[in-house]
Design a binder for this molecule. Structure first.
Ligand SMILES: [Mn+2]
Length: 358
């Protein structure tokens, strides 16, 4: 955490502001390691503060180390933020303009007369792009839980079970295996609903055809993300062709993804394979996204990524799909970590086509 604070201070001095006021819970957690739902962080040149309230103070004092003063603002003594700014000779304060509402900004302006407010932009988000060893460990731990839960679920998938039931079972197993939460609402969609990339599980027995699971676990605030598509019943020739095309596109992208490789090109490698197989227009979303304290974060793997290249420490998903409207769809998703000179797959779950007997 000390290292993250140092990096934030360096960014702050590059920005040219005297202090940074962090109001995003996720960014505050990133800086302090503490999961509070009510609090903020103030970083000045010499001192750093965690501002929280009575409900969190004991836990915060125990767990937050590395250069932070943990305080409960005493409102009777005036505006605490203004006081801290005056004490630290803060003349310009960077605020999180991507996070703070317009009303919040107006109120901040009113609270800090004479202090210049500067947009921090994605100052902390830019640090979060590059995962340190501890963050990678947490994401892998979350992924191991998710894939173990899926391995346990597979023999439980049979005709007559509903999408909601299977989704609930997957979530229950992840939690039983130690997940503090699920990454997002589990996607479990079969038959025609599998054509919806982000479909919602229905309270009906799974239909024949593709059955897609997109899910993840959370460990210490860090998310995992994976998708597997199985077939309920027998896969016909077209389904086999679709599955194999998606898999081929995914493996091709995974083979090129490496330090220095263009994000947009990774998307193109997968997209070209799908287009050339005759499914142009059926892969209507981007190839992948960053994963971390949020399920979707930077960087994006898509055609609009410009000249951005993959860099060491980034963790991205690789998730091509083919969706035939009104019929069915298929997606396969892994997570990869960019490492010096290459990349490694963080997902350890088979991708051979599985047919569930009905
Ligand atoms: Mn994803």
């Amino acid at each position: 955490m000390q290292k993250r604070l140092e990096k934030a201070k360096k960014k702050l001095s590059e920005l040219g502001a005297d202090a940074l006021y962090v109001t995003s819970e996720i960014n505050a957690r990133y800086l302090t390691g503490f999961d509070f739902s009510d609090g903020s962080v103030l970083i000045t040149k010499n001192e750093s503060y965690v501002l929280t309230d009575f409900r969190y103070i004991e836990a915060a004092k125990k767990s937050i180390t590395g250069g932070y003063n943990v305080i409960v603002p005493d409102r009777a003594k005036g505006d605490y933020l203004e006081n801290l700014c005056r004490e630290n000779d803060v003349k310009s304060l960077a605020f999180e303009d991507n996070v703070l509402s317009y009303a919040g900004y107006q109120s901040l302006k009113k609270r800090l007369p004479g202090i210049e407010l500067v947009c921090a932009g994605s100052l902390i988000e830019d640090l979060r792009l590059y995962k340190d060893a501890e963050e990678v460990e947490n994401i892998i731990a979350a992924q191991r839980i998710a894939e173990q839960a899926f391995a346990e679920l597979l023999p439980e998938i049979r005709a007559g079970r509903t999408e909601t039931e299977l989704a609930a079972e997957l979530e229950y197993r992840m939690k039983r295996l130690g997940a503090e939460d699920i990454s997002f609402k589990t996607i479990c969609v079969s038959g025609t609903a599998s054509a919806l990339p982000h479909g919602v599980p229905r309270n009906i027995p799974i239909e024949r055809g593709f059955l897609t699971f997109d899910f993840g676990a959370v460990v210490n605030g860090y998310h995992s993300d994976m998708t597997r598509t199985v077939v309920v019943g027998r896969a016909d020739d077209e389904m086999r062709r679709i599955y194999n095309t998606v898999l081929k596109a995914q493996l091709a992208a995974e083979a090129v993804i490496a330090e220095g490789y263009k994000n947009a090109d990774a998307d193109k490698v997968a997209r070209d394979i799908i287009d050339e197989a005759g499914y142009k227009g059926c892969f209507g979303h981007s190839l992948g996204h960053g994963v971390g304290l949020m399920i979707h974060e930077a960087p994006g793997l898509h055609a609009r990524a410009g000249d951005a290249v993959l860099e060491v420490g980034q963790i991205v998903t690789v998730e091509p799909g083919i969706y035939i409207e009104g019929k069915y769809g298929c997606r396969i998703e892994d997570m990869m970590e960019i490492i010096p000179g290459g990349a490694r797959n963080l997902t350890n779950c088979p991708k051979e086509l599985i047919e569930i007997p009905v």
